[in-house]
Design a protein around this ligand. Structure first.
Ligand SMILES: Cc1cc2nc3c(=O)[nH]c(=O)nc-3n(C[C@H](O)[C@H](O)[C@H](O)COP(=O)(O)OP(=O)(O)OC[C@H]3O[C@@H](n4cnc5c(N)ncnc54)[C@H](O)[C@@H]3O)c2cc1C
Length: 463
């Protein structure tokens, strides 16, 4: 019998952000999908996270959501962040726009809310079966099939035409692929971990609610407290709270190891994050109770085996969160896979081979960019030369948006493949640095934006 979507069975391990979006992509095209998730159904049991409470959604994620008609629904609950708000040790605030185009912004969304929205959207597809409390514990790559353990003890085998691992950074499907000949794999932990803390609504921390529409700080920014070898960031939530994430070394001076007792927390925060302390009435409790998460970069290749098993999202390419691109790149995986299905007229085996080939260089590029951006966020954003270079990048972008799109814009506000963005964006960074060197820090700092723009235009006209 000829293979059509209706008689092609795809089993997906993991109904997180990527697994759920992929199931929608396949469900819409008529595939018979079984989605197995180890956790209980978050639509009825509440979302059990374990990772960041909120996430920055940007162009690539939005484009993928548009393809399944969900972008407007998700953006309706999101909070626009058109720039960073830097907090120095004295509590001075500096806003840095992400782009010279005021339309450009990243958006803070709730991880749980987004996951539930995707699962709710799946309910309309009779061809998609969702199985919660079904943990994938193994895979048979020849069949293909997955082995699942149902909460309570029973185990079963689910056979399919194709197996897709969307089961996150510690993927069970990938673990089986790792036992195969010529499967490349690496994982690299950062020396830094993270801990989440909370800033409640203005009314609960003594801030006038009229100042920021009920928030304790300006909600339309990603707040950063850059402190050299560590930093804290805060993203707004729809309930007028902020979730702060402290990125800190595990060991050494000024680390999770060193600040481990209740009595050490407050003095440390008062010294380094003084303006945040009055906004964090539950600081000590949050700090002592909340776990420390680790940050890992996972690279592997190929992402498929035998043309019948493939990995998407963090299962294929977990990255550190400093470019806010982990979910966005996983959503882009779903879009690209969907496009390839359409291009290859449904020849799924060919689709996943091509997908793996096309996506791996891009995943490696964003993995590298995310590692680099940690240094930019925690350190460079407070460096005067860096700030001048950023102003020059914005001036170049305003002069010719197509030709001089800065790296951040290419990554966050475009769908250009990451590897191309890395190459094109690096050229703009180099050009901006050359202009900054030619102008000199002191005179650059005293120039108004209009003056700087004129000097930049003059420089490139001679270039
Ligand atoms: C602190 C932090 C901040 C972040 N911020 C951002 C951000 O701002 N923007 C951004 O784009 N990305 C961000 N990310 C990255 C983002 O969280 C991930 O890239 C994204 O969650 C990947 O989605 P996924 O579905 O591939 O994996 P996951 O979200 O890990 O989902 C995997 C799913 O599979 C299930 N599962 C796991 N194992 C099994 C199994 N054996 N059987 C069945 N089910 C299983 C899990 O329960 C889960 O539901 C951040 C990450 C961290 C740690």
């Amino acid at each position: 019998m000829a293979k059509t979507p209706a008689n092609t069975h795809v089993v997906i391990a993991g109904a997180g952000l990527v697994g759920a979006l992929l199931a929608i992509q396949l469900g819409r095209r008529g595939y018979k999908v079984t989605l197995c998730e180890r956790r209980p159904d978050p639509r009825t049991n509440g979302f059990i996270g374990g990772r960041s409470i909120n996430l920055a959604l940007s162009c690539r994620g939005i484009t993928a959501l548009e393809r399944v008609g969900l972008a407007d629904r998700v953006l309706a609950d999101a909070i626009r962040m058109p720039g960073r708000m830097l907090h120095d040790e004295a509590g001075n605030l500096t806003f840095q726009a992400y782009s010279s185009n005021p339309e450009d912004a990243i958006h803070s969304v709730s991880r749980g809310g987004l996951n539930v929205t995707l699962l709710e959207a799946l309910a309309e597809y009779d061809n998609v079966v969702m199985l919660f409390e079904h943990r994938c514990v193994g895979a048979d790559l020849d069949a293909p099939a997955i082995e699942v353990e149902i909460t309570g003890g029973e185990s079963k085998r689910i056979e399919a035409d194709y197996v897709i691992g969307c089961d996150g950074a510690f993927s069970a499907v990938r673990a089986v692929m790792q036992t195969q000949n010529r499967f490349n794999y690496s994982q690299q932990y950062l020396d830094h971990g993270y801990k989440e803390l909370t800033i409640p609504p203005a009314s609960e921390c003594g801030v006038d609610p009229a100042l920021h529409n009920g928030f304790a700080m300006d909600p339309n920014a990603l707040h950063i407290w850059p402190r050299g070898h560590y930093m804290m960031i805060a993203l707004p939530n729809a309930d007028r709270t902020f979730t702060c994430t402290l990125f800190w070394p595990f060991e050494g001076s000024e680390s999770f190891d060193e600040i481990s007792s209740e009595s050490a927390v407050l003095p440390f925060f008062e010294k380094h994050f003084a303006d945040a302390v009055p906004l964090m009435p539950t600081l000590i409790e949050d700090y002592t109770k909340n776990p420390i998460g680790s940050l890992v970069t996972v690279r592997c290749s190929p992402w498929h085996k035998f043309g019948n098993t493939v990995l998407l999202g963090d299962a294929a390419h977990a990255i550190v969160p400093f470019y806010g691109q982990g979910m966005n790149s996983g959503f882009e995986d779903c879009r690209v896979l969907g496009e390839l299905i359409d291009e290859h007229d449904g020849d799924f085996g060919e689709v996943i081979r091509e997908f793996s080939k096309r996506r791996i260089p891009n995943a490696n590029a964003i993995a590298d960019l995310a590692l680099d951006n940690f240094i930019e966020m925690r350190d460079s954003v407070a460096n005067q030369m860096f700030l001048l270079r950023k102003r020059i990048e914005h001036a170049l972008h305003a002069i010719d948006a197509e030709r001089y799109m800065p790296l951040y814009n290419l990554v966050s506000f475009s769908n250009m493949p990451y590897a191309d963005a890395q190459e094109v964006g690096s050229k703009v960074v180099r050009l901006a640095q050359n202009i900054a060197d030619a102008i000199g820090l002191e005179s650059g700092q005293t120039m108004s934006d209009a003056e700087l723009s004129r000097v930049v235009a003059e420089y490139i006209s001679k270039d």
